[in-house]
Ligand binder design. Structure first.
Ligand code: CA
Length: 234
């Protein structure tokens, strides 16, 4: 283990606004985290190489580039490091790209420090949860491999982000049952509509549908139940 002085989770905080960075750092340190501050993409990457990091909080608007570049570099190395992206208002496009690149969660400025800490805890909890025993759920033309966390059609994996996979797996746990957005946020995101916009669910459903169709999967499909939520249908 890299550090024997503390078992506090180490958060790499990539944020260029000094006031925001200081506020977040103070709160998180008081709340039991170790904080490694970085003011730009380059400093963030350097710390990722040299220090032990458990989670990255990543502002996207940085002086030497877009935080998405850092996320891309991480995911390009197949690095499962949990990442929470932070965007300003009016940067929805970046947020969506961030989620597609595999960000685990996002926050829109201005956010409360308490919310930041709660999101970090939730993401860390999920990423360190004991993996479930390996089983494969067969449903329609799909095999959902819960060990590999992979969805395959005719032996070929469909490229889903971890969250998209979680959504499919959860819906497939009870085909035909309708789940509300709130239930999906709770079970798939480990969050609630207090923290996370319910439209996040819609965005993910939209992308999963697109990917399943692109892979030639017509069944199962995710059906919208107007006024209630979603269900997986055969
Ligand atoms: Ca910024």
């Amino acid at each position: 283990m890299e550090s024997e002085t503390t078992d506090r989770p180490a958060v790499l905080l990539v944020e260029d606004e000094p006031d925001l960075a200081a506020m977040a750092r103070d709160y998180l340190v008081r709340d039991g985290f170790q904080v490694l501050p970085a003011v730009d993409v380059r400093a963030g990457l350097r710390l990722l190489e040299s220090a032990h990091v458990d989670l990255v909080v990543l502002d996207l608007g940085l002086p030497d580039g877009n935080g998405l570049d850092l996320l891309r570099t991480l995911r390009g190395r197949d690095n499962p490091m949990p990442v929470i992206v932070v965007t300003g208002r009016g940067e929805e496009a970046d947020r969506v790209v961030g989620l597609e690149l595999g960000a685990d969660d996002y926050l829109v400025k201005p956010y409360s420090q308490r919310e930041l800490a709660a999101r970090i805890r939730a993401v860390l909890r999920r990423s360190t949860a004991t993996p479930p025993a390996t089983t494969a759920i067969r449903i329609g033309g799909l095999v959902i491999d819960t060990g590999a966390r992979e969805v395959r059609r005719a032996g070929t994996p469909i490229a889903l982000t971890p969250r998209e996979y979680g959504l499919v797996e959860f819906l497939a746990s009870a085909p035909g049952q309708v789940f509300s957005r709130e239930q999906l946020l709770d079970n798939v995101w480990g969050s609630s509509s207090r923290w996370q916009a319910a439209t996040t669910v819609d965005e993910h459903v939209y992308r999963v549908r697109r990917k399943l169709l692109a892979a030639g999967v017509t069944e199962p499909r995710i059906t919208t139940v107007r006024g209630f939520g979603y269900r997986l249908d055969l």
